[in-house]
Ligand binder design. Sequence first.
Ligand code: Q0Z
Length: 286
Amino acid sequence: MPEAAVHVASGKVRELYALGDDRLLLVASDRISTFDVVLPTPIPDKGRVLTGLSAFWFSRTEHLVPNHLLALRPDGRSLECRRLEMLPIELVVRGYLAGSGWRDYVETGATSGHRLQAGLREADRLPEPIVAPATKAAAGHDENIPEDEAASLCGRGRYEEARAAALALYGFAAAHAEQAGIILADTKFELGVDGEGRIVLGDEALTPDSSRFWPADAYAPGGPQQSFDKQYVRDFCESTGWDKTPPAPELTPEVVAGTRGRYIEAFERLTGIPFARYVENPEVVM
Ligand code: Q0Z
């Protein structure tokens, strides 16, 4: 008898189940959030696109950093994973100046303790990628913290190892995405420690929900960039006059179809695999 999956946590758009003591099942739904609010309208296949991308990156980067993936389920939206002892922080790698990194820079000239040159514009490429650790807030917003504070929370040795892993992963993925005409502006990694004390990549990785993907052909620093995946949703929500507090508006069929198309386009450009082949047999990304 296979062991029952016991629900242990819900994210905004994902569910986490325990498979016995040592394994977890991460299930990606078709829910979508924008401006931090989950929309009432799902995007068909979004969960499969994100799961397929995570599995693709895990399999392409295991030579750089070991990861928690044990198996990709035939439904294409569920990952069986090794249970890790997660670090108490997440690591954001920023190659470009956007989001809270940009806001911190405008206010202080620095982000996560990295002083940056004067005169940078929103969305400018940074001279080199920076690591910006953040605390994991149970509710509300993650808070950027200086690297010294992250090292205190994790232990200096573990932090340095996690930091090097995050930079290696970002460098690999940003170069790959660039070949596909996609700028990987920044991305968030969650790392943990396995039974042998090794630093292991966990959670989802290098998906549109954990990263900022920008279409390279529209890149125009000096202001906010188009989101590769969520731009239609954001534009539509803004056009309704919604005040960005729950409940969010229902999406129109046109916005759903356009957004689904963008997710599938991101999957196909990044993996080089037709999405229909993935649906037929998810193992094609491995
Ligand atoms: C990931 C999360 C989700 C809610 C815990 N391999 C692992 N070992 C231990 N813990 C985790 C993992 Cl992936 C872990 N989360 C994030 C995911 C729903 C929260 F799908 N929490």
